[in-house]
Design a protein around this ligand. Structure first.
Ligand SMILES: [Zn+2]
Length: 252
């Protein structure tokens, strides 16, 4: 069968060893979305592709596609390995959670420019350590949901059309109600949120990419936001993430 050569940058989001020498990696690529690729001699430290195909390596890949859904890494040129993340267990475990989520929600076999940029920005900010971890976590969860087909409907209260209220209720199905409408006719699993938290949720869905991580909330609101965005994502994709449980264990 004829092979096809493809060049794209991408982030290694999963790495498995095969036998003594080889690796199977999952890559979030710009041009092809999430793909799985085989790295011959990937475990061998003398191999040219060893250092550029480990977990969290962002590299420029030359790939060969031989069969459907099957790629081989011919060459991988390391661009960034986020080594600062590997020095702190909480940061590393949050980064691994982002990778696990990306592997589940990002598209396969189609371009994923926006998804890749989001995860790379999140890893960069996480490694710099100037923005609260929970803010980065919430931004990834809600923005990744939104661009992967799970955008919540946060424009207005669906019953009366009001845009904002001092208190609002967020439903994990992805709607936001004003206080009056909700309390007149409550729905199960409504979470009471402040106006600032409602605005933060909207920001995560609608803001420009470059402003996504630029907002602030009190520590208690940030915790609630983080609980909401993680529960929202988990329900939409109908699964839990082992890496998230691990992050909670090491960060508490
Ligand atoms: Zn209303």
């Amino acid at each position: 069968m004829q092979t096809k050569k493809i060049k794209t940058d991408g982030l290694i989001i999963k790495q498995q060893n095969i036998g003594e020498q080889d690796r199977l990696v999952t890559i979030l690529t710009r041009k092809l979305g999430v793909i799985r690729a085989f790295v011959r001699q990937g475990k061998n430290i003398k191999s040219r592709n060893c250092a550029s195909t480990g977990l969290l390596c962002y590299s420029e890949f030359t790939l060969f596609k031989s069969k459907k859904d099957y790629y081989t890494v011919d060459n991988a040129q390391l661009l960034n390995m986020f080594s600062d993340l590997k020095k702190e267990l909480t940061k590393l475990s949050l980064a691994e959670y982002f990778c696990e989520v990306a592997a589940v929600v990002c598209p396969s076999e189609q371009e994923a420019e926006e998804h890749l940029r989001l995860i790379l920005n999140a890893l960069y900010l996480l490694s710099k350590g100037e923005i609260p971890e929970l803010l980065i976590k919430s931004a990834v969860e809600m923005r990744l949901s939104s661009i992967s087909g799970y955008m919540p409907d946060l424009l207005m209260c669906p019953r009366c059309g009001i845009y904002e209220d001092e208190e609002m209720y967020f439903l994990l199905s992805g709607q936001i109600f004003c206080k009056n409408c909700f309390e007149k006719n409550p729905l199960p699993q409504g979470i009471k949120i402040s106006k600032s938290l409602a605005l933060a949720l909207r920001h995560l869905v609608f803001s420009e990419d470059k402003k996504l991580f630029s907002f602030s909330l009190s520590e208690s609101s940030l915790k609630l936001l983080s609980n909401i965005t993680e529960e929202y994502l988990s329900r939409k994709v109908e699964r839990n993430f082992a890496t998230l449980q691990f992050y909670k264990t090491v960060s508490s």
